[in-house]
Design a protein around this ligand. Structure first.
Ligand code: ZN
Length: 387
């Protein structure tokens, strides 16, 4: 827990309803007026809240609503992706404060060193927490990136120097899809009781996260739900995982070129001018849709969210939705909601920072959807092998 639960609850309430007076907080939280007064004073002192201008709403003393202070406190986000690392800082409202730093490198060690330099340049004054996101798998307990396109071929990249660079600030280390989900939950979505399959679809890059009642499913290792490496019996180029037939190899310009015998074929361009007679493109959409439909059968989510660069082409989301509805078990196809989130306005580093914001806004149990979903938890260790 980064903040005491009552402070997190105040931030959540003001984020949801806008500026609130102490009286309104007293009613929402069912706390004694004195307790609310002390809580507000402490949060103002800590730079979490500020008083907005007085509002006269009739006779008597004008009320002084409390709003989230966007000037004094902030979070840092760091994102490791294939061949690059980036970092930036956001205020408590999720708005970018300074520039975004970026560095391209092939060596994992160089990426980590660059990240340390970014943190030094951004500075730690007023920083409440740091979110670190990466592709692939992580072990928050041993502070390592495990298998990841960002650090391949290294099986394990220690982040000790980065943890040292952020000093005593809490660190949230998670997969990049978890980071995107943190942003989605806090910026787009209100019903934290739903089970949601959030997918990110790009040209040759497919990711997913499954949120059970607002929390990423835990699993045996911290990572995204590897939709991109779901395999179908399709002859594709070799995937970064070393295998063939992975969904993210099917969902790629390279595969479209192979099917079309056209070395210049581009998936996004073809989707923009989609025609049902485009047989190679339709075959790709059918196979990607089938992968998603299998997941819907398996997970029975309330909602599937399709986002990423391909989701900006209306034909992509529409076609996948059709395939999911007609390929899943009856009655799942009629019940599952399918959303296309076409323009997430968030860079990878910003999404990393939203990991930290999610942890700040989460209470300990008040709003179940925000309770501890994105905090670095203990990774269960394998204690026995069943043969
Ligand atoms: Zn693969």
């Amino acid at each position: 827990m980064i903040l005491p639960s009552r402070q997190s609850q105040v931030l959540q309430l003001i984020r949801r309803h806008g500026p609130l007076s102490r009286q309104e907080l007293h009613r929402y939280m069912q706390l004694r007026p004195n307790t609310v007064g002390e809580l507000a004073a402490e949060m103002i002192r800590q730079g979490l809240l500020r008083e907005s201008g007085p509002q006269s709403i009739g006779p008597g003393r004008p009320r002084r609503p409390l709003e989230i202070d966007g000037r004094r406190r902030r979070v840092i986000g760091v994102a490791f992706e294939a061949g690059r690392v980036s970092a930036c800082d956001l205020n408590l409202l999720g708005r970018r404060l300074g520039v975004q730093y970026e560095h391209a490198a092939r060596q994992a060690k160089e990426l980590v060193t660059a990240a340390c330099g970014f943190v030094e340049r951004i500075g730690l004054d007023g920083v409440l927490a740091v979110g670190i996101s990466t592709t692939g798998f992580v072990d928050p307990q041993s502070r390592c990136i495990l298998r990841s396109s960002a650090t391949a071929p290294q099986p394990c990249t220690p982040l000790d120097s980065l943890y040292t660079a952020v000093g005593d600030r809490p660190v949230l280390l998670a997969n990049n899809m978890h980071a995107l989900a943190a942003y989605w939950l806090l910026s787009q979505h209100q019903d934290h009781q739903e089970d949601v399959l959030l997918t990110h679809m790009g040209d040759g890059a497919v990711g997913a996260v499954f949120l059970a009642a607002g929390k990423p499913n835990r699993g045996c290792v911290t990572g995204g739900n590897e939709l991109g490496h779901m395999r179908l019996p399709v002859d594709t180029d070799q995937c970064i995982c070393g295998r063939r037939g992975c969904l993210e190899r099917i969902c790629s310009s390279a595969h479209l070129q192979r099917l079309s015998s056209d070395p210049a074929a581009n998936l996004i361009q073809r989707l923009r001018s989609f025609h049902p007679a485009d047989e190679p493109l339709v075959r790709i959409l059918e196979q990607v849709g089938l992968g998603l439909a299998n997941l819907v059968d398996f997970l029975r989510p309330h909602r599937v969210v399709i986002t990423g660069p391909l989701a900006q082409c209306p034909a992509f989301g529409n076609y996948l939705a059709q395939v999911i509805r007609r390929s899943t078990l009856i009655p799942l196809g009629d019940w599952v909601k399918i959303d296309v989130w076409d323009r997430p306005r968030c860079t990878a580093a910003e999404a990393g920072a939203w990991l930290a914001l999610a942890a700040i806004y989460q209470g300990e149990g008040e709003l179940p959807g925000l309770s501890s979903p994105f905090r670095a938890g203990k990774t269960p260790r394998r204690t026995a092998i069943v043969r």
